[in-house]
Design a protein around this ligand. Sequence first.
Ligand code: GLN
Length: 451
Amino acid sequence: AESFNAAVAASKALNAYTVVTPEDALAAADAADKAKGSGDLPLLAGIPLGIKDLFATRGVDTTAGSNILKGFRPPYESTVTANLRKAGAGMLGKLNMDEFAMGSSNETSAYGPVISPWRRKDSNVGLTPGGSSGGSAAAVAAGIAPGVTGTDTGGSIRQPAAFVGICGIKPTYGRCSRWGVVAFASSLDQAGPMAKTVRDCAILLEAMAGFDPKDSTSLDLKVPQWEANLSSDLRGKRVGIPKEYRIDGVPAEINALWDRGIEWLKDAGATPVEISLPHTKYALPTYYIIAPAEASSNLARYDGVRYGLRVEGVKSLDDMYAATRAAGFGAEVKRRIMIGTYVLSAGFYDAYFTKAQKVRALIKQDFRKAFEQCDVILTPTAPSAAFGIGETTDPLAMYLNDVFAVPASLAGLPAMSVPGGLDGQGLPLGLHLIGNELDEQTVLNAGLAVE
Ligand code: GLN
């Protein structure tokens, strides 16, 4: 109880949790205690985990960081969290996040920003933990959750993991069921774990993943034994270094880290090869058409009738929709809905949405060709270290932070961030490993080699 209270105090300072559920975590611990000695304990027996507030948790507030869902208690449990429970895990609470997972800094949350436990050497300004899984990242970095769930649509597991110096993996699209995960952009959304080590991520991912008939894009495949097959021996493996990722304006420190990463993989027996991903420069604009388009459609369901907030005292049903959505959604979510409805509108559909789908196919093809020449790709995770809260006010500048993360999302490929070192301000920087479809194992093994 004492350490739990200390953790609650620490978590309040970080604003990492939106709800805490100690009784749930303790129940799982008790169940594990009772099961001791009675044969095989399940994989996560008694392990308390933090759950991003995007996952529906039965009877526990699930708000996706939005005012429009405040007070929503789902009568059902997401498949991923149900899988974790089946493996014996308990829940510490729900973790703060960018509203509907839209953001790269956790500043769009209706609960206010999460404050990273890290500080720059020369100043005490509060830093963002990245986003959208900012609460998840901060909780692990601060040691108030041994492992957490995140979701990644265009980097939301990997960029926050990099900003706080932890590991996080987004598996191949379809590995983890999206059932019961509040939808942002359905063709991109994937759940994944975040934890201090590559091994912990492998263990958590094994528990989270698996076929689910309730998600039509779920992959009907057996979950591999990633943890048992972990090995940092990379002899015979080729590491692709995409020349198009040498982007202007990326700090020298980050490029230096990237070079160190190449050396570490060489030390582990791998051979670096230069590869080309020629459509990389279109990935960001493509993502910022497709993700808002899908979001504008997915968010149509928040109309004041079905869930959460309803603004009363209006004259008509249409007024109720409008007033509810105006009051319930934050500025970034409204921006995405407007971009999304614009690119899907009759006059612009072909120019934007259809074009973006075509470019997405080319980006996928780039990777397909690249994986004929290499087994895993190494890049930096983000073009900067963590920035200060309130420092990045221009939405386009914020979107640019996703530049290294979104191509793997558009291609549905597994990708992981592992801590690479510290910058001159003593802040963590991440290395990013992208694997071929279904090849989480090589990603994890390469992660183990650089960790
Ligand atoms: N930062 C990106 C966005 O704002 C990615 C978010 C995510 O992966 N959920 O859309």
